[in-house]
Design a protein. Structure first.
Length: 750
C-alpha cells in the first residue's frame, strides 16, 4: 500500500513486535499504534518513513533504546512514545533532529541522562512532557523562544531539582510563553523560595501543580495576578507564613490544595470571593483562628478539608449550610467547640463527615438526620452527651458510624438494626447500657418465576407500600408506577411495579412480561422477585410485579441534583459516566441479542423505571417524551432500534447534564443536533462542567491531560449522536457502541 498516508490502529488488542514491513509505507504521514500490547524495540525500519508528521506509540510495552536512525524523521511534528518500557538517553540535538516539533511526549518510561534542554529552542513546541523518568537537571532557563508552549509537564524526575535556591531560575524564561496553560512540576525535589515572579505569568495560566517538592518561604502576594487560574496545587512542600489576601482575586479557582505545608495564621476572609471554589485541601498545617464566615459565599463547594490544624472556636452557623452541593467535610483534629450547627440539616448531599478529635459538645441535633445521603460519620473523641438518637436508623445509606470516646448515655437504640449497609460501628468508651439489637435474618430471595413464584396478595402489597402512598412513589413509566415497600418474606426493600390496566393491552401483556422477565438473568438488570394478579379493595383488577429495590436512587438524581431523592455522589467523573453507559449498553445487548427471545425495554431513561416489553407483545406506544424514538410517534412497532435511540439520548444527557426536554431545545434544535454541532465547534463548551474538573490525587500518572479528556468527550458525543439518528437503519448497533465506549474507558484507564 505505497499510497497509504494514514494508518490508525490504536485501541485494539494487538500483540507482538512492530513489523519491519511498516517501513515500506513510504507515503505515510500519520502512524498511530497507541493503546495496544506491542512489545520489543522501536524498529530501525521506521527511519524510511521520511514523510511522517505524526507518530504515537504510547501505552504499549515497547522496550530498549530509541534507535539513532529514528532521529532521521525530520518532518515530525508530534512525537508520543510515552507509557512504555523504553530506556537509555536521548539525543542532545533534538532541536536539530525534529525542527518542526510541536508535541514531545516521552513520559512514563525509564529514560536517563541530562534534561533534553535543546527542545527549549523550538519555536513551535506546544506540549512538553517528560514525566516519570530519571532525567537529571537543571531545567534550562531558555524557554522564551517557545511562544506557543501550552503544556509543560515534569512529574517525578527527582534528580532534576537540587533542593537549592537556583532550582526555579528557569521560571523567568517561561513567563515569556504567553500561551502557557499548564505548569506541572510535581515531585522533582525543587527547592528554594517560591519566587515572586510567578505573578508575571499571563492570564492564560490555568493549572499550577508543584506539589511534592522542597519549596519554602511564603506564598507571594503576586499569586493574585493569575486571574485565569483554575487549579492551584502546592501540597506537600515547606511553605510557611500566612496565605495572602490576594488569593481572593482568583475568581476562576476551582481547586485549591495547600495541605501538608507549614502555613500558619488565619484562613483569609478573602476566600469568600472564590464563588467557583469546589475543592479545598488545607489539612496538616498550623492554621489558627476560626473558619471565616465568608466561606458561606463559596456556594460551589463540594469538598472542604482542614484536618490537623490549630483551628478553634465554634463551627460557624449559617456557613456550611449555604453549600448545598457539599459532599465531603473534614474538620477533624482541631479545637472546635460548641454543638454541631443545625444548618447542617440543609446539606442533602453530604456523604462523608469527619469531626473527630475536637472539643465539640452538646447533643446530636435532630436536623443532622435530614442528611439522608450520609455514608460515613466520625464523631469520636469529643464531648457529646445525651442519648444516641433513634433517628440514626433513618440514615439508610450509613456505612460507618463512630461515636466512641464521648459521654453518650442510655440504651443503644434498636432502630440501628435498620441500617442494612452498616459495616463499621464503634460505640466504645461511652456510658451506654442495655442490649445490643440485631434484626432476625429473613429470606434473602424467593424461588424464581420459572419454578412457581411465591405469590403475594394485594393486601400484602398495600400494607408494604403504606397504601401505595405518594411518599413511597419512586418512579412512573409508560405502563405503570413503582413504589418502594417492605415485604415480610424478603430481607431488603422491594420495588412494586403496579401496572396501569387502563393502557390498551396491559392485561394481555402481563403474563408475557412475567414470562420474559422470569427468564432474564443479567448483572445489570434488576431481578424480579414475585408477582401479583388479584383484585383491589374496590373489586377492580390489580396486577403488579415485585423487583429488587435499588437503594441508591436513579441516574437522574446524580445528573441533575434532585434533592427529593437520596444521592451519595453528585460529582460523577468521566470514568464513572463511561462505566454507567457501558453497563446500560451491556444490559441492552443482552435483552436484544442474548436472551431467549428479543426483549425491548421501551423506556430507557435516567429516571427510575422498571418498564419492559416483549417485542411482540403490544402495539401500544411506549416510552417517555424526549426519549421516545420518532417512529413510535408515527405508529411504528417497538423494536431494539427504538431502544438504541433512547439510549443515544441518554448518553448525550450523561455528557451534557441537560435533559432532552430542556427549555433551550425546540424550534428545530434538539439535544442530538446541539451535540452534533458541538463535535466540530467545541465539545468542552457543551459538556457538564463537572467533567472538566478532576481531583488532584487522581492524576499522578498524568495530571489534567486536557487534550486526552477532550478526545474522550468528542468520542462520547459521537456515540450518542450516532445512536440517536432519526431513522432506525442509520443508528449505531449496540455492540458497536459497546466497543467504542470500551475504547474510551481504556484510554481513561491508561
Amino acid at each position: 500500500m505505497v499510497q497509504l498516508s494514514f494508518l490508525e490502529l490504536a485501541f485494539n488488542n494487538l500483540v507482538g513486535n512492530i513489523p519491519p514491513t511498516l517501513g515500506n509505507l513510504s507515503s505515510l504521514n500519520t502512524l498511530s499504534l497507541a493503546n495496544n500490547f506491542l512489545e520489543g524495540p522501536i524498529i530501525q525500519a521506521l527511519r524510511r518513513l521520511t514523510n511522517l508528521v505524526f507518530i504515537s506509540l504510547t501505552y504499549n510495552n515497547l522496550s530498549g533504546q530509541v534507535p539513532s536512525s529514528f532521529y532521521n524523521l525530520s518532518n515530525l511534528q508530534v512525537l508520543d512514545i510515552s507509557d512504555n518500557q523504553l530506556e537509555g538517553t536521548l539525543s542532545p540535538n533534538l532541536h536539530l533532529a525534529f525542527p518542526n516539533l510541536s508535541s514531545f511526549i516521552v513520559g512514563w518510561n525509564h529514560f536517563t541522562g541530562n534534561f533534553p534542554s535543546s527542545l527549549s529552542n523550538l519555536t513551535e513546541l506546544i506540549q512538553f512532557d517528560i514525566s516519570f523518568n530519571s532525567f537529571r537537571g537543571p531545567i534550562p532557563p531558555t524557554w522564551g523562544h517557545s511562544n506557543n508552549l501550552r503544556y509543560f509537564g515534569i512529574i517525578n524526575n527527582s534528580l532534576i531539582g537540587t533542593g537549592g535556591a537556583q532550582d526555579f531560575d528557569f521560571l523567568s524564561s517561561l513567563t515569556n510563553c504567553t500561551q502557557l496553560s499548564y505548569l506541572i512540576l510535581q515531585g522533582n525535589n525543587l527547592g528554594g523560595v517560591f519566587p515572586d515572579l510567578i505573578g508575571n505569568f499571563s492570564g492564560s495560566l490555568s493549572v499550577i501543580e508543584i506539589s511534592n517538592n522542597q519549596i519554602s518561604g511564603r506564598l507571594p502576594e503576586a499569586i493574585g495576578n493569575l486571574f485565569g487560574l483554575r487549579d492551584l496545587l502546592m501540597h506537600e512542600n515547606s511553605l510557611e507564613g500566612t496565605i495572602p489576601d490576594s488569593i481572593g482575586k482568583l475568581k476562576n479557582l476551582g481547586r485549591l490544595s495547600f495541605a501538608k505545608n507549614n502555613f500558619s495564621g488565619n484562613i483569609p476572609n478573602s476566600i469568600g470571593n472564590l464563588s467557583k471554589l469546589s475543592e479545598v485541601y488545607m489539612g496538616f498545617n498550623a492554621f489558627g483562628g476560626s473558619i471565616p464566615f465568608t466561606l458561606r459565599y463559596c456556594t460551589s463547594m463540594q469538598l472542604f478539608n482542614v484536618r490537623e490544624n490549630n483551628l478553634s472556636g465554634n463551627i460557624p452557623t449559617q456557613t456550611f449550610g449555604y453549600q448545598q452541593g457539599l459532599v465531603y467535610l473534614d474538620l477533624s483534629t482541631n479545637s472546635f467547640t460548641s454543638p454541631i450547627p443545625s444548618d447542617f440539616g440543609s446539606l442533602k448531599h453530604l456523604s462523608t463527615v469527619f469531626l473527630y478529635e475536637n472539643k465539640l459538645s452538646g447533643v446530636i441535633p435532630m436536623e443532622l438526620f435530614s442528611c439522608s445521603a450520609l455514608t460515613e460519620l466520625y464523631l469520636y473523641t469529643n464531648s457529646f452527651h445525651g442519648s444516641i438518637p433513634s433517628l440514626f436508623g433513618s440514615l439508610k445509606s450509613l456505612e460507618i458510624l463512630d461515636l466512641s470516646s464521648n459521654f453518650f448515655s442510655g440504651t443503644i437504640p434498636h432502630e440501628l438494626e435498620n441500617l442494612t449497609l452498616l459495616n463499621g460501628l464503634n460505640l466504645s468508651d461511652n456510658q451506654l447500657y442495655g442490649q445490643f439489637t440485631k434484626k432476625p435474618k429473613k429470606l434473602s430471595s424467593s424461588p424464581s418465576l420459572q419454578h412457581r413464584y411465591l405469590r403475594v396478595s394485594y393486601g400484602e402489597l398495600h400494607q408494604a407500600t403504606n397504601g401505595f402512598s405518594l411518599s413511597n412513589l419512586v418512579g412512573t413509566g409508560s405502563s405503570g408506577s413503582v413504589y418502594r415497600g417492605t415485604l415480610v418474606h424478603f430481607e431488603r426493600p422491594v420495588a412494586v411495579k403496579v401496572l396501569n390496566l387502563q393502557t390498551r393491552g396491559a392485561s394481555k401483556s402481563f403474563m408475557s412480561e412475567c414470562k420474559a422477565l422470569g427468564k432474564i438473568k443479567h448483572r445489570n438488570l434488576v431481578n424480579i422477585l414475585t408477582c401479583c394478579s388479584s383484585v383491589d379493595y374496590k373489586g377492580d383488577d390489580f396486577k403488579a410485579i415485585v423487583f429488587e429495590f435499588m437503594p441508591n436512587g436513579s441516574l437522574e438524581t446524580l445528573l441533575h441534583n434532585n434533592e427529593e431523592i437520596e444521592s451519595r455522589n453528585l460529582s460523577l467523573d468521566l470514568m464513572q459516566r463511561t462505566n454507567i453507559a457501558l453497563d446500560v449498553a451491556f444490559a441492552l445487548d443482552y435483552l436484544h441479542n442474548e436472551s431467549e427471545e428479543a426483549v425491548v425495554h421501551c423506556d430507557v431513561k435516567p429516571t427510575t423505571s422498571y418498564n419492559s416489553g416483549n417485542q411482540a407483545s403490544s402495539s401500544v406506544i411506549k416510552g417517555t417524551i424526549g426519549y421516545l424514538p420518532p417512529e413510535y410517534g408515527e405508529g411504528g412497532s417497538v423494536s431494539p432500534q427504538g431502544d438504541i435511540y433512547s439510549y443515544g439520548i441518554l448518553l448525550l444527557e450523561i455528557l451534557t447534564g441537560k435533559r432532552p426536554t430542556d427549555a433551550m431545545f425546540g424550534e428545530g434544535l434538539s439535544l442530538t443536533k446541539f451535540c452534533k454541532m458541538a463535535i466540530t465547534e467545541g465539545t468542552t463548551e457543551i459538556v457538564d462542567a463537572r467533567l472538566l474538573l478532576t481531583p488532584f490525587d487522581e492524576g499522578e500518572r498524568r495530571i489534567t491531560q486536557q487534550q486526552n479528556i477532550e478526545e474522550c468527550l468528542v468520542s462520547f458525543a459521537r456515540i450518542g449522536v450516532a445512536c440517536s439518528q432519526e431513522y432506525p437503519t442509520q443508528r449505531m448497533s449496540i455492540k458497536d457502541a459497546i466497543m467504542e465506549l470500551h475504547a474510551i474507558r481504556q484510554k481513561l484507564l491508561r
